[in-house]
Design a protein around this ligand. Sequence first.
Ligand code: HSE
Length: 305
Amino acid sequence: MSPNRIIVRTPATTANLGPGFDTFGLALDLWNEAVFCLEGQETYVDFTDSSASAGQLPTGGDNLIARSFAFLYEKQGLKPPSGVHITCTNRIPTGSGMGSSAAAVLSGLAAANTFLGNPLDQDALLGLATELEGHPDNAAAGIFGGLTVSLTEAGHIITRRFDVPPFCVALAIPCFYLPTRAARAALPECVPLKDAVYNISRAVMVVEALRNGDLDLLGQVLSDRLHQPYRFKLIPGCLSAQEAARSAGARAVALSGAGPGLLAFSAANDCPAVAQAMQQAFEAAGLACTSFVLATSRLGVQVEE
Ligand code: HSE
């Protein structure tokens, strides 16, 4: 018998990882939780007091979790349930570059799939998430956990998941409104061949460095010429936060997804100082800022019936 109440936990994710624009995803050990109950005659979403985004997000059928939930039913040719109550505990800050929208999309899709008796496998869920997100990188890491490499070929997503040893990462999230749409609009349509070669070679090395826990190699290759140079200019304090991170012991620093957050890899005992240094640099540039010290996650989305 299908359940009428389930809990979905979705991890934060960071995308791109320097040269892997729209390709790499990495799951982080920070989780949103959503409780879905089939009850009543309408869709409503509420937020627990501890939610990062309480008061900022829609509470009806236009909420991204609710839309993703209905989307899966519709894709299956079914009418969504008339009444769904979704209670969210959001720990992933919205608009941060930590995959909050992918987490919302996966939460809705995973819940709908579970209520329907799991007609879709993980690859099919990723296909739907990519339709909603526009790119597969955060969603892939959110589904599979670990490090993911994704691409679209002939309309299909091909993803591979790689185990990575536990890394400690520091993130600084400045309070700066940079919608992904705007961060993508800042990118050129064409790039010089030498920049493409720069990224191809480093992207392969990033996978090798992460799989082997090799911070020395990561520090040499976690750089990018396809998106960061254009996006750094949009975010006040970003370059000085990157420098501050390095001075505090970071071995490699990248924009987290489309930003505005910055992601730094370092030895675990340097991570708190790196997070603090980045936060202070953003604050010195006039932006309020929060920071996180997180482990990477081997797990992706979890459903509890
Ligand atoms: N790969 C995407 C980008 C991640 O950089 O625009 C943002 O969600």
